[in-house]
Ligand binder design. Structure first.
Ligand code: SAM
Length: 250
């Protein structure tokens, strides 16, 4: 065991993940800001920049939680130069109803009532027909999915030919200096922040563990290609703390 690292059996993963996000949903957005020192906002902005939202575009944001990606997407599409009332649409799909409820409340607060659907569903069995979406995004969600290959095949299935797949996820740090700091930060401090803010240390310990178990950038790239995507690339952000993977359904 590394820094008191607990192991979690694969069988219980789905139930556990549900529990984790049930426990933290209300404090989720605050925790993101605290744990990443606000950086998750920049990582998400970068994903949206690469996605290039356009009028009329249809996006599914899987593991969309409290709507961060969806709101950014609609806003960017609305501001697209020359856009005169050709709205984009987004479907937010998440396995956890509590997260979706927080998202819906945030949407109401922001006056965003149209062009956004909130759907409870599993990334492994998306409740959508084949080839109905122009783009698929998943931010900090895929590492929680039990069968990642199955989720990637589902992403491929729901995308139209020409559709864009983008995945933002914690990844493997590629700077030795940063690595040490990151170890202490994630194994020592994150569970403690989790305890202080949400009263739930275990959930955050689980999140840290799930990050360490996630495949490397190169391995994940080959998994995406295996699901059928072409021109698969990735870029590291913040020294590999986060990676953005991209692929296309041709
Ligand atoms: N995308 C949001 C963001 O970046 O702020 C939320 C990320 S949050 C760390 C992970 C989300 O994945 C949670 O809302 C959780 O309920 C959802 N999730 C976990 N397993 C899932 C699955 N199999 N299918 C769909 N969503 C899932």
């Amino acid at each position: 065991t590394h820094f008191g690292f607990r192991t979690v059996e694969r069988e219980s993963k789905q139930g556990l993940v549900r529990n984790v996000f049930d426990n933290v949903a209300r404090k989720y957005d605050l925790m993101n800001d605290v744990m990443s020192a606000g950086m998750h906002r920049l990582w998400k902005d970068e994903m949206i920049r690469v996605l290039r939202p356009q009028p009329g575009m249809k996006l599914i944001d899987v593991a969309g939680g409290t709507g961060d990606i969806a709101f950014r997407f609609l806003e960017a599409a609305r501001k697209f130069p020359g856009n005169v009332e050709n709205p984009a649409d987004v479907t937010v799909c998440d396995i956890n109803d509590n997260m979706l409820t927080v998202g819906r409340d945030r949407a109401i607060d922001r006056g965003i009532l149209d062009h956004i659907d909130w759907v409870c569903g599993n990334a492994e069995t998306l409740p959508l027909p084949d080839q109905c979406m122009d783009a698929y995004t998943i931010a900090f969600g895929i590492r929680n999915v039990t069968n990642i290959d199955q989720a990637l095949r589902e992403a491929y299935r729901v995308l139209k030919p020409g559709g864009h797949f983008l995945c933002l996820e914690f990844s493997q740090v590629d700077l030795p200096v940063l690595e040490k700091l990151y170890d202490v930060y994630s194994f020592e401090l994150i569970p403690r922040f989790g305890q202080w803010i949400t009263g739930d240390k275990d959930s955050y310990q689980y999140l840290v563990e799930s990050i360490r178990r996630f495949p490397s950038q190169e391995k994940f790239k080959s998994m995406i290609a295996e699901a059928g995507f072409r021109q698969v690339t990735y870029r590291n952000m913040t020294g590999g703390v986060v990676a953005l993977h991209s692929g296309w359904r041709i």
